[in-house]
Design a protein around this ligand. Structure first.
Ligand code: GDP
Length: 195
């Protein structure tokens, strides 16, 4: 699935802008600065494909990428950006809700969690929204290289405990580092298995 070309399709700001639901898709969600752009670039092997998304002006766009013609990879706007004005936050929350509830071809959401920080209240909110929308989701830990194997354990414990509260969650975590390449092949294989 990742062997062929990966193309930017479009940025979507409203439900009627979504491309036709004619192929399976997966989406990535996470707090601003969690390492989402870096992960998408590492997965696709295309540096600069997903730009760093932590600028307020870009927070409302849902970015669609094509994995050849076979699937869409969807980059959801980073959330929890403190400086975004309230109307902007509200608009994107509405779009996110509508997207998650109304996209029949969405196979799985990947929720990115920073290995140093664990699950924050905003992450919990998104996971609850995924439960309500019946979108199966899986947690991807990012920036694992910033912690040693002993330091990451309590964070993984916290995340695993939280996931027990979420009926839509897969219990298995994927631990990644975009910088070191850790977990990238595993995540590619999981995504290819959903096709
Ligand atoms: P986004 O806002 O979620 O798209 O986050 P970015 O991908 O732009 O990453 C935010 C910051 O974290 C940048 O400074 C990245 O260089 C850094 N970063 C991202 N992934 C990793 C990683 O795997 N390891 C390390 N050490 N830093 C990372």
């Amino acid at each position: 699935l990742f062997a062929g070309p990966v193309d930017f399709i479009k940025g979507v700001v409203a439900m009627d802008g979504l491309p036709p639901a004619d192929r399976p898709e997966i989406c990535f969600a996470g707090r601003s600065n969690v390492g989402k752009s870096s992960l998408i670039n590492a997965l696709t092997g295309r540096k600069g494909l997903a730009r760093a998304s932590n600028t307020p002006g870009r927070t409302q766009e849902i970015n669609y990428f094509g994995l050849g013609e076979r699937a869409y990879l969807v980059d959801l706007p980073g959330y929890g950006f403190a400086k975004a004005p309230l109307p902007v936050v509200k608009r994107w929350q509405e779009l996110l809700k509508a997207y998650l509830a109304g996209r029949p071809t969405l196979r799985r959401a990947f929720c990115l969690i920073d290995s140093r920080h664990g699950i924050k209240p905003v992450d919990h909110e998104i996971m609850t929204l995924l439960d309500r929308s019946a979108v199966p989701f899986q947690v991807v830990m990012t920036k694992a290289d910033k912690l040693g194997p002993n330091a990451i354990r309590p964070v993984l414990d916290q995340v695993e405990e939280e996931l027990q509260k979420h009926p839509a969650a897969y219990p298995e975590l994927v631990v990644t580092s975009s910088d070191k390449g850790q977990g990238i092949a595993t995540l590619r294989a999981i995504i290819a298995g959903l096709d």
